[in-house]
Every structure is written in C-alpha cells, then in structure tokens.
Ligand binder design. Structure first.
Ligand SMILES: Cc1ncc(COP(=O)(O)O)c(C=O)c1O
Length: 392
C-alpha cells in the first residue's frame, strides 16, 4: 500500500453543498459521499487525457470490447461469465432502477426495500408513484441480517411486485452470503416478486468475504431478476461513466431496450467508454490495493473511535457505519454536532431510513492520515461533550 500516492481529492467539498447539508462549510472534513477519495487507478487519467487530446468528440459507436472488458473482469474477479444474460448500457444505476420500476411494477404496486438503505431507492419508488414497502434489516449482536419472515410476509401480498436488493449493502456494509441470497430468491420466486439487485458495490467485498452475484443464487429458483453494475463506485467514475443493466429475462431486456430507444438513453459519451474500458482492463492491482487500504483504515477507525461510538464491522464497501446512539444526541442534532463539534461532514443515518437514526456513515477510502484525523476529531468532540459544561 502506498499511502503517499493516495489522496489529494476531496469529495462533495464545495462550500454551497456543505452549507446546505451541514449548516456550514468552514473547516469541515468531508467524508460523506460514497466514492473513493484517492488517486484514480493507473491509466484512467491518461486515457481521458489522450481522449481529450484527440480533439474530436462527435458521435461514436461504443466498441463491443467496452462491455467485453466488464465481462472479462467479472469472470476473473467474481467467477461470473454472464452466460445466458443480456447486458444493456445505462447512464446510471438510478436510471436503470427507475426504468425497471416504471416498466415492471403496476400503477400502485409496492416495491420492497430493506432499510437502512441507499437513500435514492425510496425516492425513485415514490417519484414513480409506487409504494415503498419496508422490510427493515435486523440489528442483533453488533451486526445486520435480513428478516426472511418479514420478507415472506410482504412478498405474499400480491400488490407488492418488486424488490430492490442492495448487494453488497450500502450503508451497513453487509456482503450477503449465497445462503441469504438463495433465501431471497426462493421467497421472491414463490410470490412472483421481481428482484432488482443493485450490485454496484460488488467489487468492494473485503476478504475473506466474497461477493455472490444474485444471478448465481437465483439460478434454478425461477425468480425473475435484473442486476445493476458498473465501475462508478469502485473506481470513482460517477462523473463520467456508464453503468450496466443485466438480466436473463427477455421481457425485461426488451422493455429496457424499448425505453432506452424511445428516450435515447444510450447516447455514447466518448469519455465514459474510454474510462470504463481502462478501469476494467487495467484496474485489478489498483483495486487490490484499495481493498487493503479500506481494511487497514476500518481497523484503525475501530481502534481509535471514542468509547461512545461503535463501528458496525463491515464485510464490504468503503462505508463505515457508525453507531452514535451512546452519545445521547437527538436525531436532527447529529449532523450538526458532527459538523460543529467534530468538524466532520458525514451522512447522518436517518437519511437511509428511520432505522438509521442515531447512526452516521463515513467513507474510509481515503488516505490513512485523513481517517486518523477524523477519529481524533471525533474523540475530542466526545471528550468535550462528556466534560462539564464550562469546558464546552
Ligand atoms: C447502492 C447504490 N446504488 C446506486 C448508487 C448511485 O448510482 P448512480 O449515481 O449511478 O445512480 C449508489 C451511490 O452511492 C449506491 O450506493
């Protein structure tokens, strides 16, 4: 691991955005957005510079080798060769989920989500006029699990037609096991619920945990599924990159293709194609290095947090889910306290659903000294809070 090479970038750090979310921007360490805050993988920047230097940016057909690079990567890293599936390009994960909800869920259908979970799921469902149906994760013995009985109950309601599964799970960092995914597949197959598996954090399973594609768990269950993938989270390319929608179901693929064609969703961005291909062709070593950095930073954070703050040990993602409940702060107070007392811009847990109240999410794919600094700032804020008032 070469810490010196990592860093220099600052996410979500413009003053207007910070002030909107955290009440102020001054002196805040921003660790709230889910993207790596480290140097890009070798070759991506030079590829983009070369592409910019080409001096022409007109229509371009995306060469097959771009999506080919993704499938080579998936075969090598995740033992999934994509046999029997269809792969569509989509501008973003949000686009794919939105299109699929629009196309697959009846007008007033329920869409099952498992909070605390990535904020946009709820918004996309409600923006499409569908109902959010919650099957909350269960927090027990310091870790999260799914609630299969709860899932079976909501899935049995025929008006609940889709489930958005976050795998690996943002923000709690679970990497679902094959057994857990088979349970989801079996329940959803039995009740005819289509599973949209958002697998955008797939590459970020921390060894020894292993990402299992929903496709593998679904095999033979008869469940209808689609999955989202892409390099945006792994490689920090959300600003330029395309994503993928993958399914083995012809009707889903055809409907997606039809919307894509009607709304011209697949206009090629020449920079996106270049970065996408380079990331998947050349990014193996960089990712291994990043996973080491994440594991190192998580362990350091765990050791250096104040007693009142607990890290829910993640199995994957670069997102540290911090339990702040012992601080005794009111929920709306948490982001303000983090900002004004600890100098940290973190995502408050209630953004991820009411089950996240009292928690906060910190991105640790950052230089180690940044995480050390964040832990130290939390420690001294917690000390001041515990001290008599005159020390405030
Ligand atoms: C699970 C998950 N899905 C989707 C996204 C966003 O993807 P996009 O910007 O392509 O919509 C994120 C971003 O943090 C995420 O964590």
């Amino acid at each position: 691991m070469d810490d010196g090479r990592r860093g220099g970038r600052r996410q979500g750090s413009d003053a207007a955005t910070l002030t909107r979310h955290f009440g102020s921007a001054a002196g805040l360490l921003p660790l709230w957005i889910a993207e790596p805050n480290v140097d890009l993988a070798d070759g991506i920047r030079s590829t983009l510079e070369d592409r910019a230097g080409a001096g022409w940016y007109g229509y371009e057909t995306r060469p097959d080798r771009v999506v080919g690079a993704f499938w080579d990567w998936m075969s090598t890293r995740h033992a999934w060769d994509g046999a029997g599936v269809r792969t569509s390009v989509s501008p973003s994960v949000g686009t794919s989920i939105g299109v699929l909800i629009d196309q697959l869920a009846g007008d007033e259908a329920g869409v099952i989500i498992q909070p605390p979970v990535f904020t946009d799921f709820k918004t996309i469902v409600t923006d499409h006029g569908r109902r959010v149906v919650r099957n909350p994760l269960v927090l027990a013995d310091g870790g999260y699990r799914m609630d299969p009985d709860g899932l079976a109950e909501v899935a049995a309601d025929p008006t609940n037609e889709l489930m958005v599964l976050c795998s690996p799970h943002n923000p709690v960092g679970r990497v679902w096991t094959e057994e857990e995914l088979v349970t989801v597949a079996t329940i959803c197959a039995e009740h005819d619920v289509t599973v949209l598996a958002d697998e955008i954090h797939a590459d970020l399973a921390l060894p020894p945990h292993r990402f299992v594609p929903f496709a593998a768990a679904a095999d033979g269950s008869g469940v209808r599924w689609a999955a989202t993938h892409g390099p945006i989270k792994t490689f920090g390319l959300a600003g330029v990159c395309d994503t993928l929608m993958i399914t083995n179901d012809d009707e889903i693929a055809d409907r997606f293709a039809s919307v894509s064609s009607r709304f011209h969703l697949t206009r090629n961005n020449v920079f996106a194609s270049a970065a996408f291909e380079t990331a998947y062709r050349d990014g193996q070593e960089w990712l291994d290095d990043l996973l080491d950095l994440i594991a190192h930073n998580m362990a350091l954070l765990d050791a250096e947090l104040p007693d009142e703050v607990d890290l829910i040990t993640p199995e994957g993602t670069y997102l540290a889910w911090l339990d702040l409940r012992a601080l005794g702060l009111d929920v709306p107070e948490i982001p303000r306290w983090l900002a004004s007392s600890a100098g940290l811009a973190l995502s408050p847990g209630h953004w991820f659903g009411r089950e996240g109240a009292g928690f906060a999410r910190m991105t640790v794919a950052s230089p180690t000294d940044t995480i050390e600094r964040a832990a130290e700032q939390l420690r001294s804020a917690a000390r001041r809070r515990a001290a008599p008032r005159r020390d405030d």
